[in-house]
Design a binder for this molecule. Structure first.
Ligand code: ZN
Length: 281
């Protein structure tokens, strides 16, 4: 095993379902734009790219062809060995099958696993009912895809512990704490410490804060030994009032933050070793 003590994984969450070009014109929509951002983020130091897909008008999609084209375009870049993480969410209107099918067909190394439902405040309900989570957990195990267990609230950790016990999920797990979502836990260091202390020994974890929590949660995550997630899915600004130029700009800063702290961004192969991923390219 190589020395990974000072290595931290940077994931670039490129677009998500909510960020639009109206908020920041740099948000990618088409497979070509998403793949270009993935490549630039990999060049800037990201080991993993987390992707959603959109229709031409920017609304969320689960169109398998869009996922397929996006993955093929990322893989076509010379030497680009970035790990691909495909969302299992997308939109509240999608069926279980629509959410799982692209994962089973494209076999990314990671897929998001939102371990519970959440009210997006006044917007809608982000539904992840037990039947879906059981189906998704088993499907990911069968396809050897590591779940990126997204945690928006404390109960989601207890759901995860339950699913480990019942065999739906397999330890050691990888947790992604997402703080500051509308209806989720707030962007505070206290919340991050609290969540981190609840996960089982041997787990890996990353932290990210939405919008204004982006930098404080990144700093706290680095100090606490966690891995990083940045990108226009979570935050369209570079600093207060100043839009980010690109996803890669946010990755570059995360890499610099690591280096200032005497750490280094993990390569994709190092990230595979740290997170226990099966290399599929
Ligand atoms: Zn996402």
């Amino acid at each position: 095993m190589s020395n990974l003590k000072n290595k931290r994984v940077i994931t670039a969450a490129l677009l998500g379902s909510w960020a639009t070009k109206d908020l920041n014109p740099a948000v990618p929509y088409t497979p070509e734009e998403i793949a270009r951002d993935a490549y630039e983020c990999w060049q800037a130091g990201a080991a993993i790219v987390h992707i959603h897909v959109r229709n031409a008008d920017g609304t969320p999609s689960t169109d398998f062809k869009l996922y397929q084209e996006t993955v093929e375009r990322i893989r076509a870049f010379k030497d680009c060995d970035v790990c691909i993480n495909i969302t299992s969410s997308g939109s509240v209107d999608f069926s279980d099958e629509e959410r799982i099918y692209p994962l089973q067909q494209l076999l990314p190394e990671l897929a998001s696993y939102d371990a519970g439902s959440l009210n997006w405040q006044n917007r809608t309900v982000f539904l992840n009912p037990p039947a879906f989570l059981e189906k998704l957990g088993h499907a990911l195990q069968e396809s050897n895809i590591k779940p990126e267990i997204e945690i928006f609230d404390t109960g989601m950790i207890y759901n995860t512990l339950y699913y480990i016990k019942t065999g739906v999920l397999k330890a050691p797990c990888h947790f992604q704490f997402v703080l500051g979502c509308a209806g989720g836990m707030a962007n505070t260091v206290e919340n991050l410490v609290y969540l981190k202390n609840l996960i089982p020994d041997g787990s890996t974890w990353a932290g990210c804060g939405i919008s204004s929590g982006h930098l404080p949660i990144m700093s706290a995550t680095i100090a606490m030994g966690g891995h990083l997630r940045v990108g226009l899915e979570d935050n369209v600004y570079y600093s207060k009032g100043l839009l980010a130029n690109s996803n890669a700009q946010l990755v570059e800063r995360a890499k610099q933050m690591l280096e200032i702290n005497g750490l280094q961004a993990a390569t994709p192969d190092e990230a595979r070793e740290i997170y226990g991923l099966t290399r599929k390219i």
